[in-house]
Design a protein around this ligand. Structure first.
Ligand SMILES: Cc1cc2nc3c(=O)[nH]c(=O)nc-3n(C[C@H](O)[C@H](O)[C@H](O)COP(=O)(O)OP(=O)(O)OC[C@H]3O[C@@H](n4cnc5c(N)ncnc54)[C@H](O)[C@@H]3O)c2cc1C
Length: 321
């Protein structure tokens, strides 16, 4: 077994950014793993998506045609196992996304592989592949080796690995698999576009985010005004969205948006739960304001203070108004 098989991810016929990030991750370990880098594209018109993953370092693009672009984990599982049995890669890379999580572990089990999820660093110890992931609520980083495993399946965290910049010249090959006989566990009802928003957390370079520490919906406007005043995009933690205080596009985190381009993240009254950290812990400069000195946000903060966020906001308003 040799080589790396990447599973491209698409949403309703459009390639998702994590697909190119997986290629970047594969290229970073290609010399140590050896063998070809192959990208598997699954969809109604996989050839149309192939050019998006034909990047520097890719040796071959495999395609499997499905009756529609709607995601079905059983079809993905079968497609990846079929491609894996034919290509015999030593590493399979999948996005750690809601789709990837739906089939990644099943693929690992069927291939009899080593498995790790939500991996954010790939490295080597001699000949052995080492995958780093968090454990114990993000309090420790765990380096995992897979000795004795011929194949390793990994789901990789999004917005973590850099896609290659150059274009590739890989050829495309269709994998022979009739997916029409696969009876899915789910039925696609309809595809709903998220409501349009002028907020794009993924593109913002400066985000001021509020969490449950702001206590009341009536307090929101002053933080929104402060964000506006200092030129920050207004973000929030999930409870603020779940309470209906702000619409979903403001949410930072695992089930919200990743602050991919953010340089400065200002967190007011956010505890730093692992799901929130998922969306912002990589940011260069993080300023955390939280009265609880044990709050996990301080584990990732560049600067932190335990002053009351309302007192600090009073002072900032005096300064900026
Ligand atoms: C599957 C799943 C997905 C999830 N996805 C997300 C996600 O995408 N994004 C996300 O954010 N969460 C997500 N969550 C929820 C997450 O687990 C936490 O519940 C959430 O992040 C907590 O939000 P918070 O920090 O605002 O609230 P809390 O955890 O309640 O923290 C509030 C903080 O405010 C501080 N505080 C209170 N008053 C003040 C004050 N006056 N001054 C300063 N500090 C003060 C407190 O000390 C506390 O630390 C997800 C959970 C699950 C299970």
């Amino acid at each position: 077994m040799a080589g790396i098989l990447i599973v491209a991810e698409q949403l309703d016929g459009a390639l998702r950014e994590v697909s190119q990030e997986l290629v970047g991750a594969a290229v970073s370990i290609k010399d140590q793993v050896g063998g070809p880098v192959q990208v598997l594209v699954i969809g109604a018109d996989p050839d149309a998506l192939a050019s998006g993953v034909n990047l520097e370092g890719v040796d071959e693009i495999l395609t499997i045609q499905t009756p529609s672009d709607h995601f079905d984990p059983l079809i993905y599982e079968e497609a990846i196992v079929t491609a894996g049995v034919q290509s015999k890669p030593s590493v399979v890379l999948i996005g750690h996304t809601s789709s990837g999580m739906a089939y990644g572990a099943a693929v690992g089990a069927r291939l009899g592989s080593g498995f790790a999820s939500d991996v954010f660093i790939l490295g080597h110890d001699g000949d052995e592949l080492i995958a780093t992931r968090s454990a114990y609520g993000n309090k420790v980083e765990m380096e995992m080796g897979f000795s004795g495993k011929g194949v390793v399946v990994l789901t990789l965290r999004g917005a973590t690995f850099e896609p290659p910049e150059g274009a590739g010249s890989a050829g495309t090959m269709a994998v022979d698999l009739d997916v029409t006989s696969i009876v899915g566990a789910s039925t696609h009802v309809e595809y709903q576009e998220a409501p349009p928003s002028d907020i794009d957390i993924t593109k913002a370079d400066f985000i001021l985010s509020v969490g449950r520490g702001i206590q009341d919906k009536d307090n929101l406007p002053r933080f929104e005004a402060l964000a506006d005043k200092v030129g920050a995009t207004f973000g929030c933690s999930r409870p603020i969205v779940d309470s209906g205080w702000l619409p979903k596009p403001h949410q930072v985190g695992q089930s919200g948006k990743v602050a991919s381009n953010c340089q400065l993240y200002f967190a007011l009254g956010i505890s730093g739960a692992v799901q929130h950290l998922f969306g912002m812990k990589h940011v260069d400069t993080i300023i955390a304001v939280n009265t609880d000195p044990e709050a996990p946000i301080f584990n990732v903060a560049t600067y932190g203070t335990t002053v009351d966020l309302f007192e600090l906001t009073d002072a900032l308003e005096r300064h900026f108004n």
